[in-house]
Ligand binder design. Sequence first.
Ligand SMILES: *Cc1c(COP(=O)(O)O)cnc(C)c1O
Length: 395
Amino acid sequence: MSDTWNPRTKAVHGGTRRSQYGEVSEAIFLTQGFVYDSAEAAAQRFEGAGPDEFIYARYGNPTVAMFEERIAMLEGAQDGFATASGMAAVSGALMSMLKAGDRVVSSRALFGSCLYVLEEILPRYGVEVEFVDGTDLDKWRAAITPDTKAVFFESISNPTLEVVDIKEVCKLAHAVGATVLVDNVFSTPVFSNAIEQGADVVIYSATKHIDGQGRTLGGIILGSREFIRKTVEPYMKHTGGSMSPFTAWVMLKGLETMELRVNAQCATAAALADALQGHDALSRVIYPGHASHAQNALVKTQMGGNGGTVLSIDLKGGQKAAFTFLNSVTIPVISNNLGDAKSILTHPATTTHQRLADDQKELLGISPGLVRMSVGLEDERDLIADVMQAIALAE
Ligand SMILES: *Cc1c(COP(=O)(O)O)cnc(C)c1O
């Protein structure tokens, strides 16, 4: 029955496991271990645990299982493994399936830590990684050779908001038998059904829109039951990046309101992008949902025209103007999370992407005047007025 539910129903009821007390709100099973009725029962459970049988919280826990089941149901995935952070999910998904000699093709425009995993860590273990311009299908076509084991990209890149054509890149990858792993954070679980579009593995930093209230780190790897249980689980449960039961409970509560929050934040982001478009002080306003975005047509087919909750602006006055702008707003906070109820401003060149050399920043479009704006749940009128007064001071 639950398979036919629409997303909002799944987000509220999916995966619920009630204890003998019949609690309404999901219970937090804050336990690291589980008691066996007998020595024989312990031996039997280690031989093979059933869906309601647990061994150790690093392997699985009832609250964590509820979160995994709920988000898998929402995403249309067979299964999921919840992790301690988004980066535990990204690195775990890649490390669990790759070995020395394998070849990976990845988009170049990535979240700083994703880039570190692909550029610095994987090559250390003998994995070859080739980076391409994720918006150029010809570059993907040329790079995805028959010996390619995995293809990785962020469906919308951070912080320049380039959109990758999930369906077409999946076709190219599947033609050579490669596994496609999509970091779908900026598209959010609300706007892009990456699995339906062909992705084999979908990864979220649950820290972002799933919690959505800046409380806790978490991540999820979603895919086929075979991939999750045979490839991901053995790696994660032995290397230790599992999600804590308390975090899973926060994420379960986050999922209940996620669609309402994300839709409201997206509407405000679109209004802010409209208000900023063509402003004298700005050289670029980047918002995937705006008609001026280079891939707006793709956003229409891939995300129903919804541009997400993040926009980026480039101040003509460079870093000095960007800093004045950041220091002059009164509502958004200066931080580096996104998808939060509070609007958050980030200066990528000096924070999240500080590590990169100047030429690499330039290649990725991370200019000195670029500011990433994660739009929160504040009143749209207050936010637009505040951003406008701060930009005026930065002109
Ligand atoms: C934040 C983020 C991550 C990492 O998530 P954490 O929960 O901070 O570890 C990975 N990918 C993208 C696109 C992100 O925005």
